[in-house]
Design a protein around this ligand. Structure first.
Ligand code: ADP
Ligand code: MG
Length: 751
């Protein structure tokens, strides 16, 4: 069944060639127990390794069941070792991190036999060698004889035709040696056993045939004692290790090096932690940003000004200049000047705005050019206040929610248009000029109660403007008391400071409800000066000629019209409603010429977008820095895997001797790097998650609005584990390839 035809083996030693086997001719049959005897270095192991397909002959032929092996490929040899050969070595060659049972089963795992059948067969052979009670032990816990029994059980598992034993008793005491030899002799009844020994007594006592080698040549052969069976041909079953088996092998190996594995994973998780933290902080920021947009910026109204400034090309005003479907090769001309769009508030548009669904807005404010004249009393005498110092303006936040935007320091919030509040800066700071304008002496200490209840008087046109001869109107500066008496009295009912939500800075002074201005406009619209101006194309103040536009401006200035706003502010309470308002405006714009369209500005959105872009760019840059450590760790994994390859060289030899392919070896080490990578990734995201707590705690300490600044995103975490695994796989790839290329004979020789 086995024929060695003129087998020659040359070893290259440096420059010269050493001929270890000088033409071996031997024929073996089933049922033989062949002992190969000879002095050390005569070529016994080499012969055995060539017979077992672990080593290649230089010339000659090895014929298996009538099939020549001259054209065997790598995989054929792998399959041959797995199906037909069982090796038993002097040094047992068991994998120390696997149990007895797993060691025995390994060969069958390579041939892809189901778990149940594997277990059954493994238990059967272990029982046959008398070890059924020790199957879960590690080989290190066994005696030498027991280890050799495990090795024999492993050799028997796939029911090979040939058992090759290289000095199997070399490391055993004589009693144990006899036990092992008895076992091998019994096995030889069904199989071909070829055993290398240098103990002639054992050979003579147990073997059925003795072959003697010397200097690479057969010098004696006692001849075959059994009749040859006809050769049945040879067809081996291909082997393949499943990735799961590779994982288990590597996992068990790593378990024996827990400390190193944890330290390695920890080190390579640093990059993951870096990227993870950057991502979670940017995630936290983005979440907070949309929250701010939802809750705080939503208080900012949509602005529709007469002059609509454009901030960039992306503004509605600019993109609107792009034709709806430009031709494929058309170059679109864009004139930056054209983006400065003038909104024309036609009656049609104002009516369209009136038809806005009441559900979607809280208030619509129209700003007119009217600047009221306000008087106060200083030491009992009325005087006109300097409005440019006073900051006299209406609230820019929703009026039904004033308490959210302003801290009330004294008094109450206004409940009707004749009640106003004084807005101060933080720490109740007020500018000198404002105090002065209010009619107080800034050099004297002023208290809240001095200001509470203070009355101001808004002049009405008919009291303020007196018609002179020639149709010119002049302000009645001589009798201010009568202007005060006829004017609208407004009272400061409260003192407030803006909260952060109000987004209001440097806007201190008198704040009034929006309705005050509309009331005043209503009262003034029928005044003498308004009627006169409406009916004349000359200025009522100095009789200069006015264009239509200038006339509108004068009318606005003296509070005569309420149909020509220069700014419209639409307040709403949610992002969805804001969208609805924009859609309503878009509806007006549909099918209109660009010049007739109305463009709005949504500051909240613009602020949000700008901040969002900023956060994204910052996180990209930071992630890139953190990624450098990812690359470093994948190089480190490469080194670690390389060390592991060196440590597990013996295991490589064992797996190869059991029929493992080169591919299976690289699979084992790839599995190792995948395990480390996945572990590092999981460790990294766990640490990232844990770190978000102290980071958030510190951030909150620093600034309350930074609560939850670090928020992990599950998808990011999953991606990070995958990236870590892939990077370590890449890092371990080259060492795994090196492992696969190792010569199995050399690998087995390593101690
Ligand atoms: P033994 O009979 O002791 O088992 P071996 O078969 O191991 O002898 O070795 C036979 C001869 O071949 C020895 O001289 C040994 O030094 C040499 N030899 C074995 N393997 C190699 C190798 N890989 N490279 C060079 N020489 C080798
Ligand atoms: Mg030897």
């Amino acid at each position: 069944m086995l024929l060695l035809k003129d087998i020659v083996k040359d070893y290259r030693v440096g420059e010269r060639i050493f001929r270890a086997l000088k033409g071996i001719n031997l024929e073996f049959h089933q049922g033989e127990f062949v002992a190969i005897l000879g002095p050390s270095g005569c070529g016994k192991t080499t012969t055995l390794n060539i017979i077992g397909g672990l080593d290649r002959y230089t010339s000659g032929d090895l014929v298996i069941n009538g099939t020549s092996t001259k054209n065997f490929k790598e995989q054929d040899w792998d399959a041959y070792r797995n199906n037909s050969i069982g090796f038993v070595f002097q040094s047992y060659n068991l994998i120390s991190h696997l149990s007895v049972l797993d060691n025995v089963e390994l060969g069958m795992k390579l041939s892809g036999i189901g778990a149940a059948e594997r277990r059954e067969k493994a238990m059967a052979v272990l029982k046959r060698v008398g070890l059924e009670s020790q199957v879960h032990k590690r080989p290190t816990k066994l005696s030498g004889g027991e280890k050799q029994r495990v090795a024999i059980a492993r050799a028997l598992l796939n029911d090979p035709d040939i058992i090759l034993a290289d000095e199997p008793t070399g490391a055993l005491d004589s009693t144990t040696a006899h036990e092992i030899l008895n076992l091998i002799q019994e096995i030889s009844k069904e199989k071909l056993v070829i055993m290398v020994t240098h103990a002639r007594t054992y050979a003579e006592e147990y073997a059925s045939r003795i072959v003697e080698l010397k200097d690479g040549e057969v010098i004696a052969d006692s001849g075959s004692t059994v009749p040859p069976c006809p050769d049945e041909g040879y067809e081996p079953k291909k082997t393949s290790m499943s990735f799961f088996t590779a994982l288990k092998l590597s996992f068990n190996n790593l378990r024996t090096k827990k400390f190193r594995t944890v330290v390695t994973a920890l080190a390579s998780s640093i990059g993951i932690i870096g990227v993870g933290l950057v991502l979670s902080i940017s995630n936290g920021f983005s979440n907070q940003l949309s929250e701010i947009e939802q809750e705080q910026l939503v208080g900012l109204p949509i602005l529709i000004g007469r002059e609509q400034m454009s901030i960039g090309f992306d503004q509605a005003g600019a993109t609107a200049y792009i034709p709806e479907d430009p031709e494929e090769n058309e170059i679109v001309v864009w004139d930056p000047d054209s983006t400065l769009h003038t909104n024309v508030f036609t009656a049609e548009f104002l009516n369209h705005l009136e038809s806005l669904d009441e559900e979607v807005y809280t208030n619509i404010h129209y700003e007119f050019g009217y600047i009221p004249t306000i008087l106060t009393e200083r030491d009992g005498t009325p005087e006109i206040m300097d409005l440019s110092q006073l900051g006299f303006s209406n609230f820019v936040v929703p009026e039904d929610d004033l308490a959210r935007y302003y801290d009330l320091k004294a008094g109450t919030f206004p409940t009707n248009p004749t009640e106003v509040v004084l807005l101060m800066d933080e720490y109740s700071v007020l500018e000198r000029d404002i105090i002065e304008a209010l009619g107080y002496d800034p050099d004297e200490t002023l208290y809240y109660e001095d200001v509470l209840g203070k009355e101001l008087y808004v002049a009405l046109n008919d009291d303020l403007y007196v018609e002179q001869a020639g149709g010119v109107f002049l302000p009645n500066f001589t009798d201010l008391q009568s202007v005060v008496d006829g004017g609208v009295t407004i009272t400061i009912v409260g003192l407030v400071e803006a909260t952060e939500d109000a987004l209001e800075y440097g806007n201190e002074g008198i704040k009034y409800l929006y309705d005050l201005k509309t009331d005043l406009l209503a009262q003034n619209s029928g005044s003498d000066i308004c009627v006169a101006q409406q009916n004349s194309n000359q200025s009522v103040f100095d009789l200069t000629a006015l264009t239509d536009e200038e006339k509108e401006q004068v009318l606005s200035f003296i509070g005569c019209n309420d149909s020509n706003p220069f700014l419209i502010q639409i307040y709403t309470d949610s992002v969805e409603h804001k969208e609805a308002i924009k859609e309503h405006i878009a509806l007006f714009n549909a099918d209109r010429d660009i010049d007739d369209k109305i463009f709005e500005t949504d500051l909240a959105e613009a602020i949000g977008e700008t901040l969002g872009t900023l956060i994204t760019s910052i996180s990209v840059v930071l992630s890139a820095f953190a990624s450098i450590s990812l690359v470093v760790s994948s190089v480190m994994i490469g080194v670690i895997i390389y060390i592991s390859v060196l440590e597990r060289t013996k295991e490589i030899g064992i797996i190869r001797s059991l029929g493992g392919r080169k591919k299976d070896i690289s699979r084992v080490f790839n599995a190792e790097s995948v395990i480390i990578g996945a572990f590092a990734g999981l460790l990294g995201i766990a640490i990232t998650f844990v770190l978000t707590f102290p980071i958030n705690a510190l951030a909150v300490n620093y600034d309350e609005s930074l609560a939850n600044v670090a928020q992990v995103n599950v998808i990011h975490l999953i991606l990070l584990v995958i990236i870590s695994t892939i990077l370590t796989f890449i890092g371990g790839f080259i060492p795994s390839r090196l492992a696969a290329r190792k010569d199995p004979v050399e690998a087995l020789r390593v101690e």
